[in-house]
Design a protein around this ligand. Structure first.
Ligand SMILES: [Zn+2]
Length: 133
C-alpha cells in the first residue's frame, strides 16, 4: 500500500518522502512527530512573514525565530533517525525575508546528501540577507 504523508498549514504544505520513511523504519508515531515539526515550522514561518524587517528590533526577532527553525530541524533529523547535521539542513533558505539563493542551495544540498565532497557543496549565503548575512 502506498501512503502519502502530507501536512498543510494555511498556504503551506509538506509531503514526507514515504520511501525514505520506509527505509528509516519509521513508526506511525515517528511520522506524526515529524509532521508536527513541519507544522510548527510552517506556523513560525507564518509569524515571520508578518514581521517587517524595518527596525533593528524586528530584525533581531526574525533572527531569533530563524534560530528556533534551526533547532526544530535538528529535532526533525533525530525524528527521521539521522544524526543531527547542520550541513544537511534545508529549511533555512525558505525562511521568510531570507534573500539567500534558493535554487543554488538546493543544488549544493543535493550534492551533500549524495555525499559529494566539493567546495561547490558549501552553503551559499547572500551577504545582504537580513537573517544570514
Ligand atoms: Zn538568508
Amino acid at each position: 500500500m502506498k501512503h502519502r504523508f502530507t501536512i498543510k498549514y494555511k498556504d503551506q504544505s509538506t509531503t514526507l518522502n514515504s520511501r525514505l520513511a520506509l527505509e528509516q523504519n519509521l513508526t506511525g508515531d515517528d511520522i506524526l512527530a515529524i509532521l508536527a515539526s513541519h507544522k510548527l515550522r510552517m506556523m513560525i514561518f507564518d509569524v515571520m512573514k508578518k514581521i517587517e524587517p524595518t527596525s533593528k528590533e524586528n530584525v533581531s526577532r526574525l533572527r531569533h525565530f530563524a534560530k528556533r527553525i534551526q533547532q526544530l530541524e535538528f529535532e526533525a533529523q533525530k525524528q527521521w533517525k539521522f544524526e543531527p547535521d547542520a550541513s544537511k539542513h534545508s529549511w533555512w533558505w525558505d525562511i521568510p525575508h531570507c534573500s539567500c539563493p534558493v535554487h543554488a542551495n538546493w543544488k549544493t544540498w543535493n550534492g551533500r546528501i549524495l555525499g559529494i565532497k566539493s567546495d561547490l557543496c558549501k552553503e551559499i549565503v547572500d551577504a545582504n540577507c537580513i537573517i544570514h548575512g
